[in-house]
Structures are given as C-alpha cells and as structure tokens.
Design a protein. Structure first.
Length: 318
C-alpha cells in the first residue's frame, strides 16, 4: 500500500494509492497489496524497528500462503517509498522480506526509478538496503531528465527463461517505437560519466547525511511537524493537526499545498505528496552543505508564513 509504480493499467494496479484505482476498476484481479512500512503511523507502540520488520515479513508470508505460493510471480517495492510519503523501511525490512521471497521462490522487483543513480548516496537503493533484485526498473537519474529514457534490468535466471521460451514461441516482443533511441542513450552515457567523474554519489551520501541532520534539528520539534524522515537526498516532512496524537488535517484544508506555495514564494521548490500532508524534498546530487543550510532557512520562512495563514483562517491553533 501507498507505493507508486506508474499509471498504466498494470502499473497503476501495482501502485498502492487508491486515487489511481477509483473509477478505473483497478487494481486488476491478479494484484495483491501488503502493508506499507510506515514507521511513524503504523509501527505498534513499544515495538522495535527490527521487530516491526519481522512483523511485516510475517504478514507478507501469510498473504503468499493464503494466495498459494505457486500463483505468486513477484513482489515489487521501492527501496524508499517516494510519492507515497517518503517512507524509509524499518531496520532489517528488506532482508526479512527477501527471506520470505526466497522461501516461496518469488521474484524480487526493485523499483529504482526514484532511488537509482545516487539519490540515496549509493548507486542504487538496492545496495543501501541489501535487496537482491531479479528485475530492476530504472529511469529519472539515468539521464537526469535531460531526455526521456527508462529501462528494465533483468537477472540471468529471468533472461534465460525468456530465451528458452523464445525458441518455442518466437522472439519475446517487447519493443517500443522509441526503444534504444540513440539520442537518449547518448544522453544517459554522458550523464552517467558526469555522475561518476564528479563523485556525485559520494556527495549525495556525505551532504545528504548533513541535510538529514540539519532538517531534523530544525523541524522535528516544530508544532506543525509530526515526522521528519528520509535517506540521502530525499526527505519527507509530515504535517499534523496535533503532534501528540498524530491527528491529520482534513484533506480539504490542503495544508501541505499551502506550505509548498509559501515556500515557492521564498524561492524554494518543494512538492506536496498525494498521500497525506507530506512535503517532499529532492535536491540535486550536486548540492553543497551551504545549499542544505539555504533549504532549511527558506523552508523555515515558508513554514512560518503558512502557519500564520492557517492561524488567521482558524484552520489551526497550534
């Protein structure tokens, strides 16, 4: 639940956001969803992160057993959930999930569209969290968005099945009009050279650690902020009506969009996410420590203006 994997018929079904399912008869019957690893809202009181990870893995195990392991082809997940709220998995989550998948011979699909190519301070999120993907989806950072390009990486055991069956039924037809476009390929190669030559993955790890510390120090205790979370150069700040109870705002009040607009007025680009009042940050991999300080300063100014507006309109009295 809450994961984002795309908006086509199959991809929107894999996506765990109800907004993408309403009015479209989705998800398709072949898709099942398991619980979002939300440490802030869903982890039981008193349970450690490793215990919570084992709890979620046991829930997945039960779901696979209930469905019938022979009917389950693959499990798909983002290393850090992006659009669904910037949810960083609890400690030990993916090793525990991987053990369940190995037990039932279920493939692991790592959706690295957001996390791949340095966003988390590692080349891939799979490296950071000990994921052993059988398939990996990639995009965004592959070309840094200069031109469109995406791809799927597949493990040898998956590739061999495609090869073997192609001998029986003909070549696997998976081409598109712009598949392997030379301009996109050239842009990707040039972009990857820059990332490697300029040490941007290491920079994302080092400055990202500073960014995470700075934003937590500045905003974790703010009365409007329920939770500050992230990894490397991706961060989510969840806004709440009541800090003690974690009570959310009425979605109609559009609190996160108000904060985003206030920040834009301060020259800071942020994004409100579709799953709750969560403001997300994804600064470039070339960010410096001074840039991180500027982000914190401008977000503080934007947040203060939004707070004043919420209070003046009687929406929030915190």
């Amino acid at each position: 639940m809450r994961a984002y994997h795309g908006v086509t018929l199959a991809a929107a079904s894999l996506t765990g956001l109800p907004l993408l399912h309403q009015s479209w008869h989705l998800p398709i019957p072949e898709v099942r969803h398991t619980t979002c690893p939300d440490v802030y809202r869903d982890k039981p009181e008193g349970m450690s992160e490793p215990e919570y990870a084992q709890h979620l893995a046991a829930e997945l195990d039960a779901l696979i057993e209930r469905e019938g392991p022979d009917t389950v082809g693959a499990f798909i997940a983002e290393p850090v959930m992006g659009a669904g709220g910037v949810h960083v998995p609890p400690e030990g989550y993916f090793p525990a999930i991987q053990a369940v998948l190995d037990k039932h011979d279920v493939l692991m699909i790592a959706d690295e569209v957001i996390c791949g190519f340095g966003r988390l301070g590692h080349w891939f999120g799979s490296n950071r969290f000990g994921i052993r993907p059988d398939l990996m989806t990639i995009a965004k950072g592959l070309t840094s968005g200069y031109v469109p390009m995406s791809g799927s990486l597949i493990a040898e055991r998956v590739w061999q099945v495609i090869v073997d069956h192609s001998r029986e039924i003909g070549p696997f037809g998976h081409g598109y009009t712009y598949t392997a476009h030379p301009v996109a390929a050239a842009a990707a190669l040039a972009n990857l050279d820059i990332i490697e030559d300029e040490g941007l993955v290491d920079n994302a790890r080092e400055v990202g650690a500073h960014f995470q510390r700075r934003m937590r120090q500045a905003f974790a205790d703010h009365p409007l902020v329920g939770h500050v979370r992230g990894e490397g150069l991706i961060m989510g700040i969840e806004l709440v009506a009541d800090k003690a109870s974690k009570r959310a705002f009425d979605p109609k009040q559009k609190v996160a969009p108000r904060v985003v607009q206030s920040c834009l007025g301060e020259g800071l680009i942020t994004r409100n996410l579709p799953s709750g009042d969560i403001v997300a940050f994804s600064p470039p991999l070339s960010i410096t420590a001074d840039d991180a300080e500027l982000i914190a300063s401008r977000f503080a100014q934007g947040l203060d203006k939004a707070v004043a507006s919420l209070r003046s309109q009687g929406i929030w009295r915190g």
